[in-house]
Design a protein around this ligand. Structure first.
Ligand code: DGL
Length: 269
């Protein structure tokens, strides 16, 4: 069985796991929600790198994983290069804002990008935008969303606070004919309905869970994975988590266990 480690700061990465359940079979997914350290998007890149290294080490030592998915744009921005150098034989796939499909799909030539402050300030994001804007000229409306992940983690995706925050951030996009919005944080698909209601048009929301899952299937198949059999999911958390939401995000799974790993993960070295 293919053993896949997946992590994020909290519930957001489960939107990637949901996409994996549609594509990956014959595997065990070990998901770590690092809720003790959430939100990552408001930490320093050095702190995020340290959390990412600790979780990766834990997943390798405890479960001997074959593949690691950074189901978090913020951790990908701060840690993926370091992780690839440290673990060259491990399949490592990150999450990056889907600017490319957004540029390809926009009809108005105006796209919005919602992401955490760390992701938008990171070199990785800047390089991606610079490279892609050479291919087609589009107007990009970038918006950092501090505080949004914390609200989503509370488990009320349509709370008044979330509506007010998103209305403030999205109204300039609505007024400027943005037709495609990149959800550059894996938590944001959980507030898709609120975004759609505020945009008041048939807005195209881009997230990359499916692309990540297909990429994982391609790489693992090359390593002999047959993609047959049941899919098992174990969710680990380093702190508090809204357990009831896990079910509603993942929807289909064979087995799910909630394992608290607070005492096993060394957060500070
Ligand atoms: N879900 C994450 C991301 O994709 C992390 C958000 C956070 O913890 O701030 O960026």
């Amino acid at each position: 069985m293919l053993k896949i480690g997946v992590f994020d700061s909290g519930l957001g990465g489960l939107t990637v796991v949901h996409a994996m359940t549609q594509i990956i079979k014959g595997a065990k997914i070990y998901y770590v929600a690092d809720t003790k350290n959430a939100p990552y998007g408001e930490k320093t890149p050095e702190q995020i790198l340290q959390y990412s290294l600790n979780i990766t080490e834990y997943l390798i030592e405890t479960y001997k994983i074959d593949a690691l998915i950074l189901a978090c744009n913020t951790a990908t921005s701060s840690a993926i290069e370091h992780l690839r150098k440290s673990y060259p034989s491990l399949i490592i796939i990150g999450t990056e804002p889907g600017i490319k499909p957004a540029i390809e799909q926009t009809a108005t030539g105006k796209i919005g990008v919602l992401a955490t402050p760390v992701t938008l300030q990171g070199d990785k994001y800047q390089k991606l935008v610079d490279a892609l804007s050479m291919q087609k000229s589009v107007d990009i409306y970038e918006q950092a969303c501090p505080g949004l992940v914390e609200e989503i983690e509370k488990g009320e995706a349509d709370s008044e606070k979330i509506k007010v925050l998103l209305e403030t951030w999205l109204s300039p996009m609505r007024e400027n004919d943005v037709d495609t919005i990149v959800l550059g944080c894996t938590h944001y698909p959980l507030v898709s309905e609120v975004i759609e209601a505020i945009m008041q048009c048939d807005v195209n929301l881009i997230h990359t869970g499916e692309a990540i899952s297909k990429h994982l299937l391609t790489l693992s198949t090359k390593n002999g994975h047959s993609n047959e059999g049941e899919l098992l999911i174990h969710v680990h958390t380093t702190g508090e988590i809204q357990i009831q939401i896990i079910d509603s995000i993942i929807e289909t799974y064979e087995t799910i266990d909630l394992i608290k790993v607070d005492n096993k993960l060394k957060i500070n070295r």
